[in-house]
Design a protein around this ligand. Structure first.
Ligand code: ADP
Ligand code: MG
Length: 262
């Protein structure tokens, strides 16, 4: 039995410039658990993933983020990664000239892990997720299809074996087969490696393979409801209307420049 860990977010408020985007987030994810975060466009889902990871450009005004007893807000992004946090971003960056082999090798060195066997592990994980192994030697994400990008991220996730993974709309741009493979791989991580997951998604279809323990609804930077897996199905039917939100109105309310009031 591996050690249990906990990722705890308390009363988190964060701004972009003067605008408050996150307005008091509370969240507690334990090893092996899957939490889904659902909400309309512009509600702050990606902002939360960025603030958790420490992406520059956001100001945390109040609140805390702890991984066990480690204060993540005091750490730069690379140290959060080293501590066991992994973000599968909505738009993975293209990194010309850097291969997955070199990136993972550098990560292993940074984490003071033994690189013996890394190459075999990468190949085994590529096979497992259905990514041609030649892609490990191509520039990261450059001219990768949507499915290849996400399978590639799954190899990184498997090899780095973080304590917690944040998946930001991992389902966007994936066909049914890729979605099934990716969600099964993450689900397997929760069982085999006790991975804790925050899965941000619009669609309950992701959650058919990746079974959530809890589903949270984020509206205008606040978690307004938390429930079990059935909540995802309800949302698919009813949308966010019961929370007084239409997507367009919500976008306008939080100051999206492209939003407009109905
Ligand atoms: P979601 O992922 O739920 O669609 P986001 O977290 O991307 O929402 O965005 C929430 C709100 O914050 C939106 O109104 C968006 O325009 C705004 N926002 C997020 N990041 C920035 C930024 N870097 N600069 C300006 N506005 C931002
Ligand atoms: Mg987003």
């Amino acid at each position: 039995m591996s050690t249990k860990h906990v990722l705890r977010v308390e009363n988190l408020h964060a701004n972009v410039g003067e605008l408050e985007i996150l307005r008091g987030i509370n969240l507690e994810i334990k090893s092996g658990e899957v939490h889904a975060l659902m909400g309309p466009n512009g509600s702050g889902k990606s902002t939360l993933s960025h603030v958790l990871m420490g992406k520059p450009g956001y100001t945390v005004t109040t609140g805390t983020i702890f991984l066990d007893d480690l204060d993540l807000l005091a750490l730069p992004t690379w140290k959060r990664a080293q501590a066991g946090l992994f973000l599968v971003s909505q738009y993975p960056s293209e990194v010309p000239g850097v291969t997955m082999e070199s990136a993972l090798s550098a990560a292993y060195v940074a984490m003071e892990r033994d690189r013996f066997g890394l190459s075999d592990l990468m190949m085994a994980e590529s096979h497992r997720i259905g990514l041609p192994v030649q892609m490990l030697r191509r520039s990261l994400n450059v001219d990768f299809s949507g499915g290849e990008k996400k399978r590639n991220e799954m190899v990184q996730l498997a090899v780095l074996s973080p304590k917690f993974a944040i998946l930001d709309e991992i389902d966007s741009g994936l066909d049914i087969d890729a979605l099934r493979d990716v969600s099964r791989r993450v689900e397997a991580g929760t069982n085999e490696n006790d991975l804790g997951v925050l899965a941000i998604t619009h669609y309950s279809r992701l959650l058919r393979e990746l079974r959530p323990d809890k589903v949270h609804v984020l509206i205008k930077g606040e978690i307004v409801k938390t429930g079990g897996p059935e909540l995802a199905n309800e949302l698919e039917l009813t949308g966010y209307a019961e929370f007084g939100e239409s997507e367009v109105a919500n976008k306008a309310a939080v100051g999206d420049p492209f939003g407009f009031p109905l």
